[in-house]
Design a protein. Structure first.
Length: 532
């Protein structure tokens, strides 16, 4: 097999077999098979062009390689990537506890199953069907369930998102993660799309199939099961208290996400080593998707998927940076709160990305020096203060404060009707009075800069909807880089976004797999089998 990189499909309807033959300089009859590795859209020129990475089977690959030996875009297909971990492994008890059913928790569970363990999974929230009911009640009527919402429940925070499955990390585990998600969601397109995504609808479908597999494998999954305490003796995990019941275990894989503030408090009570860490905050910025398409794709967008963008800005004067985060083409801005009297927003979309608006977080970096207090959990209180102010600015009921981009740049409150996708409605406000002044200044400079990259971005059609405070965890639970265990509590494995080691579905899933790689496979003896 040969791999062709950066193959541009011009004209757009040419057959890929024909295109591959032309590129390799062989008759089309010598092309035995063609498979798409990745497909993406290059919209930088006048006419958007589909670009491919192809694996091609040819009749005489050695002759082609000799003829194209100086062509950096053609070479042998690389071997499948494997794990890059070759360090020591530890043995744990047969029933480790996995706390959280987000990507880190789910993938560490699958990997432990393969090693012969039978994990017990718990989640404070509800299964996906019941969770949808609670989330809809929140989005439509402002009725927030603190235990079952956008952050807590089946699949974690990623369930109600754009379902982005692309990452800047060239991790050898990525193909494995994509393969399982493609099977569960019946979405083979994510295996070849250069910027794959599932959307909230296909993520929910994947979760239903995933639970069938876990049940068939004998995994106990307990929803509405809250981690209330850890049992730690002589610096080691000995168990956990869940809904008042003690569960004995010597390994707890903690994958609770970045919004489980009570879990951070629990760790603090037990003296688990943690540090405050920098993160970013700001607001969602929404535009008509047509505006984004015109800027990114040109006037002729028929037949093309909705355009997206990824923008960044370094504010040298303030010593901060700003960037867009989690861009949702054809999506909507949604409430993402876990506190009945605090407001934070996020973005999501369905798999077709067919809604009228596109949105992204525009956020600026903050550091522990900005938190106004000392200690590893100072960032939690910093977030909470801003979310409470946003809730009040919206008038309660999880109505969101909002402001035209032009008014945000001028520092004046917006009035009149603001048309947005946010289901609870918005109230004209001045978000520059809610966010820290340093964050506002960097965001204003960034928005003007982004307006030079995406035409109209800083114009009157844009709306700023606040606030976005939970881009990542403001806490890092310290762990040993080799064993992945807490630096001062053996058997405690802090994982994923909540522990401060990942950001997004792919990197969180990979973090779960990495943790399982540190665990020795469990082979039952004949005596153990008979005892069962």
């Amino acid at each position: 097999m040969l791999r062709i990189q950066n193959l541009r499909r011009i004209p757009p309807d040419v057959d890929l077999r024909t295109l591959a033959a032309q590129r390799l300089g062989v008759p089309e009859a010598e092309i035995l098979s063609v498979s798409v590795v990745k497909s993406s859209m290059d919209a930088r020129g006048r006419r958007p062009t589909r670009v491919y990475i192809l694996d091609v089977e040819v009749a005489d690959p050695e002759a082609v390689l000799r003829a194209l030996e100086h062509d950096p875009q053609v070479g042998p297909t690389p071997p499948p990537p494997g794990s890059d971990y070759a360090g020591p492994r530890v043995r744990i008890g047969s029933e480790p506890l996995v706390v959280g059913t987000g990507p880190a928790g789910l993938f560490v569970t699958f990997a432990l199953l393969e090693k012969g363990y039978r994990p017990v999974m718990i989640d404070r929230g509800k299964p996906v069907r019941e969770r949808w009911q609670d989330v809809n009640a929140y989005w439509r009527r402002g009725e927030l369930d603190p235990e079952s919402n956008v952050a807590f429940g089946d699949g974690g925070a990623g369930t109600f998102s754009d379902g982005k499955l692309y990452t800047r990390r060239n991790d050898p585990r990525n193909p494995r993660i994509l393969k399982l998600l493609a099977e569960l969601a019946e979405a083979p397109d994510i295996l070849v799309d250069g910027r794959p995504h599932l959307g909230t609808n296909r993520l929910s479908k994947a979760l239903l199939r995933l639970h069938e597999r876990l049940e068939e494998a004998g995994v106990r999954v307990r929803f509405q099961a809250r981690l209330e305490d850890l049992v730690i003796e002589d610096g080691r995990i000995r168990g956990a208290v869940v809904n008042g019941e003690r569960l004995d275990t010597d390994a707890v894989f903690l994958a609770t996400g970045h919004s489980a503030r009570d879990v951070y408090r629990l760790l603090e009570r037990h003296g688990v080593a943690m540090d405050a860490r920098p993160f970013a905050m700001g607001a969602r910025v929404e535009h008509p998707q047509a505006l984004i398409n015109r800027s990114q794709l040109g006037s002729d967008t028929a037949g093309l998927e909705p355009a997206d963008y990824m923008l960044s800005f370094k504010d040298n004067r303030a010593g901060r940076s700003a960037y867009t985060f989690c861009m949702c083409p054809g999506g909507e801005v949604v409430g993402a709160s876990t506190d009945p009297e605090g407001l934070t927003v996020n973005g999501m979309s369905y798999s077709n990305r067919g809604d009228r608006f596109g949105n992204a977080a525009v956020v600026a970096t903050v550091s522990p020096e900005d938190f106004g207090a000392e200690g590893p959990l100072a960032g939690l209180d910093f977030q909470r203060r801003i979310e409470a102010a946003a809730f009040r600015a919206g008038g309660g009921g999880h109505v969101a404060p909002a402001q035209r981009v032009t008014d945000f740049l001028a520092g004046v409150a917006s009035s009149g009707k603001l048309e947005t996708s946010y289901r609870r409605g918005v109230l004209g406000a001045d978000l520059t009075a809610l966010l820290p002044p340093e964050v506002v200044l960097t965001m204003q400079r960034a928005l003007r800069h982004f307006g030079r990259r995406v035409r109209g971005y800083d114009g009157p059609e844009g709306v700023v909807i606040g606030v976005e405070t939970r881009t990542s965890a403001p806490v890092r639970v310290l762990r040993d880089p080799d064993s992945y265990q807490s630096v001062n509590v053996a058997g405690l494995y802090p994982l994923g976004e909540g522990a401060g080691y990942s950001g997004g579905i792919m990197s969180s899933a990979s973090d779960g797999l990495r943790a399982a790689e540190r665990i020795e496979s469990r082979v039952e003896s004949a005596a153990e089998g008979q005892a069962r």
